[in-house]
Write a protein that binds this ligand. Structure first.
Ligand SMILES: Cc1cc2nc3c(=O)[nH]c(=O)nc-3n(C[C@H](O)[C@H](O)[C@H](O)COP(=O)(O)OP(=O)(O)OC[C@H]3O[C@@H](n4cnc5c(N)ncnc54)[C@H](O)[C@@H]3O)c2cc1C
Length: 63
């Protein structure tokens, strides 16, 4: 099978990559994004900003 290119490292991008990896651990996966590629939960942003937390507090995984 050809390489797979995922555009965007948001929830959709990371969910898709996780599902592909679950069925094929070897296929080359590439992800391009306009941000840093870090994985974080956007729903946590609203609560965190109210508590004056920084973006670094929300990062679950580096890009
Ligand atoms: C403050 C906040 C709170 C939220 N709370 C909830 C909630 O409680 N419940 C809920 O269900 N949903 C919530 N959402 C919505 C939820 O976060 C989004 O539905 C979800 O993040 C969408 O995921 P996505 O991967 O489609 O898009 P995004 O997370 O927006 O990711 C898009 C990705 O594409 C990349 N990209 C964009 N343009 C390009 C380009 N031209 N080339 C390459 N890469 C590109 C971006 O850099 C990014 O990595 C909330 C959103 C926000 C902002």
């Amino acid at each position: 099978m050809d390489d797979i290119l995922i555009v965007g490292s948001g929830l959709a991008g990371y969910s898709l990559s996780r599902e592909i990896r679950a069925i094929d651990a070897e296929i080359p996966l590439h992800m391009i994004t306009t941000d840093r590629g870090d994985f974080y939960s956007k729903p946590m942003l609203s609560n965190g900003l109210q508590k004056n937390k920084t973006a670094e507090c929300f990062r679950c995984r580096d890009g």
